[in-house]
Ligand binder design. Structure first.
Ligand code: FAD
Ligand code: EPU
Length: 338
């Protein structure tokens, strides 16, 4: 019997919404080598959920099965030619990994500083921020197959990364425990400050030729200003994805809403800023019972203190309905609803 099993455990401390839910069993793993034993004891079934930092989940009820909390740690790297290969265990905090790179002068992940959560979750929704996505630096990941009880690995192509999506959210949903991720960074990295407010923030500080550390600090400052800190205000970052629509449809929307904010994806598709759509529906800063829409960023839903997961979920449904009525655009939840 493995040591780290808790029956009827509270999940309040394990989800950044701070929702008070519980689960039948909570198993912490501190080494990937514990997984075969857990498999042999029959803990993996369709009711097992793999949890990292809980910063992209919403529990709408007590979880009826086992939660496997991944807490294995360790980071190492080697340099070959022009590249640095860094392997981080899944339980490492993402931002600690980012600073492991920055402290050694390795560029490539600085624009993703301060994204909450763990390394193991980073490929799941292909995390991204400020002009960089995980897929830009991902090399491979190691994983445990909960269906067969064996270890395997995935290359970048295997993962089928797209915007906020990967094979781990679709055909392999819930099947693999990611145990470590290997990132490939270039020794000839070029700093990218083109997104949003980064340049403004750097100019404010009088910085013209930023180092990777200065970019990470600028991104961190912007994030702290815009996003609520989950340690004081429960939230899971963007609750919805930015919707991708056909360019033709955008033209008709622009006739009615000339200020609509969008980004070109390719010659047939554009990505709309969902925060703008939600704000236009009057939701920004609004409260609905114990759930609310963040005052500085309408894509973020918050727990005002005692919200249940259902209250937050119901607020998200109202927003989706209003956006659909006004713009004929369907929002999709980014957060994993359980
Ligand atoms: P969890 O919430 O624990 O899990 C998320 C999903 O990953 C679940 O499906 C879970 O089953 C799966 N999972 C977790 N660990 C593993 C593992 N080891 N093996 C297999 N599956 C696993 N995201 C962005 O992309 N960009 C942002 O800028 C951003 N900003 C945020 C800001 C705030 C304030 C918050 C609270 C969240 C933000 N997020 C952002 C969302 C979140 O940080 C990411 O989705 C993050 O990757 C979630 O990591 P986690 O460890 O908390 O995962
Ligand atoms: N906007 C509004 N009103 C709002 C919010 C945003 O008009 O209330 C406008 C902004 O003015 C800006 C545009 O929408 O012109 C985009 O806003 P922002 O730069 O804040 O980014 P976002 O599209 O809202 C995405 C990610 C974030 C990521 C940032 C920065 C998604 C779903 N969200 O947000 O990721 O940090 O870009 O790169 O793609 C997350 O996934 O949890 C997350 C926080």
């Amino acid at each position: 019997m493995t040591k780290h099993i808790h029956q009827n455990a509270s999940l309040k401390a394990y989800n950044t919404f701070g929702v008070d839910a519980s689960c039948n069993k909570l198993i912490h793993i501190y080494s990937e080598n514990e997984l075969p034993n857990i498999y042999e004891q029959g803990y993996f079934d369709q009711n097992t959920f793999i949890l990292g930092g809980g910063s992209n989940v919403l529990f709408t009820k007590d979880y009826p099965g086992t939660i496997l909390k991944v807490d294995n740690k360790g980071i190492s790297h080697f340099i070959e030619g022009n590249y640095i290969y860094i392997t981080a265990k899944a339980g490492e905090i993402w931002n600690d990994f980012v600073w492991y790179c920055i402290d050694r002068g390795f560029g490539g992940v600085e624009n993703m500083a301060l994204i909450p959560g763990t390394v193991g979750a980073s490929p799941i929704q292909n995390i991204g921020a400020y002009g960089t996505e995980l897929m830009d630096v991902f090399y491979s990941c190691q994983a445990f197959d909960t269906h067969t009880g064996s270890f395997t690995s995935f290359s970048k192509d295997d993962c089928k990364f797209t915007y906020r999506d990967s094979i781990f959210k679709t055909e392999y949903k819930g099947r693999y425990v990611i145990t470590a991720v290997t990132y490939k960074l270039s020794l000839q990295h070029k700093i990218n400050t083109s997104y949003g407010a980064i340049n403004t923030e750097l100019s404010r500080k009088g910085i013209n030729n930023p180092t990777i550390k200065e970019v990470a600090e600028a991104v961190s400052t912007i994030r702290v200003e815009k996003l609520p800190d989950p340690s004081t205000i429960g939230n899971a970052g963007s609750f919805f994805k930015n919707p991708i629509i056909a360019t033709d449809f955008l033209q008709s929307l622009k006739e009615k809403f000339p200020d609509i904010i969008y980004y070109i994806v390719d010659d047939r598709k554009v990505k709309l800023a969902a925060g703008w759509l939600i704000e236009q529906c009057g939701w920004k800063g609004k409260r609905d019972g114990n759930a609310a829409v963040w005052k500085n960023q309408a894509l973020v839903l918050t727990n005002t203190g005692e919200a249940s997961g259902t209250e937050i979920y119901n607020l998200s449904s109202k927003i989706m309905n209003d956006v659909y009525q006004k713009f004929n655009v369907k929002l999709e939840r980014e957060v994993n609803v359980l």
